[in-house]
Ligand binder design. Structure first.
Ligand SMILES: C[S@@+](CC[C@H](N)C(=O)[O-])C[C@H]1O[C@@H](n2cnc3c(N)ncnc32)[C@H](O)[C@@H]1O
Length: 365
């Protein structure tokens, strides 16, 4: 997507006001019912989540792409039981995920577009990851992590997540596609919040399948890029980079950021990397970046910075996710300032985006 055909985003300030209004309404909604009702509504959120994941995985929205269908016609297309399909549709339609018609058929809504495979607003790969049995199993062991402070993934599989993903090829592919979906959602907000064109060489450390770096390079025609990743993930990056038309300016380097990162760049990106690790391991990564960065270079740590106070924020759920999967954590601005300082960087500013993710900018101290 080039600069001109990127979706026009509202100003960050307007988005934050809209979020505050929605949070206030949600809070009021909970206070309008007796406590057990509010609690049970929250507790049964697992059912709407699983219904959504199942509909996405089975391709219900894809079946409706050419127009409205009856539940039995949908069932015939996706190979499911007609009665069970009708009940799933009725439940999800009550959340506006599908639109019921007076003749009993269902049509797509703006929400169901997000479940489709080929829609520009699709989050299907992310729903597939969140609904994966391995994902549910990890959340099912939250109590273990509460008691031990350790990732439940270690208990379930006997090895850390990124080692496990190299062995469990099926979940590994689902996880990497989910991460690419998150990166694609974050890309327009990041590109509109920050000028990347001034950098000659950009290293994306742990850059996944290369989605963010490819988009940055497409927007910054004079920049070169290096994607640095584990071998098992890097091998899927080439098609993403080729498809973006930036292959002549982007190389892929395989390695571990606990050993070293490529040298000589003036911008280092770490998106959703620091939050994967506890302070000790995060410090090792940041110190390796510090050892490689040019004296006038810039580091961008892209993460959900937890706001002070008690306002709802996506990072608060992600923080528990980090505990369960990797033993990492989401951090506040003060925690980033401190961590970066200990790694030899000075935090210069935190650039908000319309997404939950912020760009924490730092320079060598
Ligand atoms: C949460 S994902 C984020 C990926 C990408 N930056 C994004 O935001 O979409 C973390 C990434 O770190 C990579 N990773 C984990 N351990 C690594 C290591 N020791 N060296 C390099 N990359 C690693 C994983 O393969 C994975 O792609």
């Amino acid at each position: 997507m080039s600069r001109s055909d990127r979706p026009k985003l509202p100003p960050v300030r307007i988005v934050r006001i809209a979020e505050a209004v929605r949070a206030g309404i949600a809070n009021l909604n909970r206070r309008l019912v007796p406590a057990p009702v509010g609690v049970l509504e929250m507790a049964t959120g697992f059912a709407s989540a699983q219904a959504l994941f199942t509909a996405a995985r089975l391709g219900v929205a894809d079946a409706l792409a050419d127009g409205p269908l009856s539940p039995s016609d949908i069932a015939a297309r996706i190979g499911t039981d007609p009665d069970a399909t009708a009940r799933l549709l009725r439940y999800l339609a009550s959340f506006s995920v599908f639109g019921p018609l007076p003749d009993g058929r269902y049509e797509l809504t703006s929400m169901s577009e997000a479940l489709r495979t080929d829609s520009p607003t699709s989050v299907r790969p992310l729903l597939t990851m969140l609904g994966h049995p391995s994902y549910w199993a990890a959340w099912g062991q939250l109590e273990y992590s509460m008691q031990s402070g350790a990732p439940s993934i270690d208990k379930l599989h006997g090895r850390p997540l990124f080692e496990h993903l190299q062995k469990d090829v099926e979940f590994g592919a689902v996880f990497n596609a989910g991460m690419t979906c998150v990166a694609e959602m974050n890309t327009p907000p990041i590109l509109s919040a920050y000028d990347f064109t001034k950098f000659a060489t950009i290293v994306d450390v742990g850059g996944g399948q290369g989605s963010l770096l490819a988009s940055i390079l497409r927007d910054s025609p004079d920049s070169r890029g290096v994607l640095f990743e584990l071998e098992s993930v890097a091998r899927d990056a080439r098609p993403v980079i080729d498809e973006a038309g930036v292959a002549d300016r982007c190389s892929i380097e395989v390695g571990s950021f606990f050993e070293s990162v490529p040298t000589g760049a003036d911008l280092y990106l770490l998106m959703h990397i620091v939050h994967d690790w506890n302070d000790e391991k995060a410090l090792e990564i940041l110190q390796n970046v510090r050892a490689s960065i040019e004296p006038g270079g810039t580091l961008l740590v892209i993460e959900d910075v937890i706001p002070e106070g008690n306002r709802p924020h996506a990072g608060k759920m992600l923080d528990l996710d980090m505990l369960l999967f990797v033993g990492g954590k989401e951090r506040t601005a003060a925690e980033y300032r401190d961590l970066l300082g200990r790694a030899g960087f000075r935090l210069t500013r935190i650039v908000p985006t319309v997404a939950p993710a912020c760009l924490v900018e730092a320079v060598p101290a």
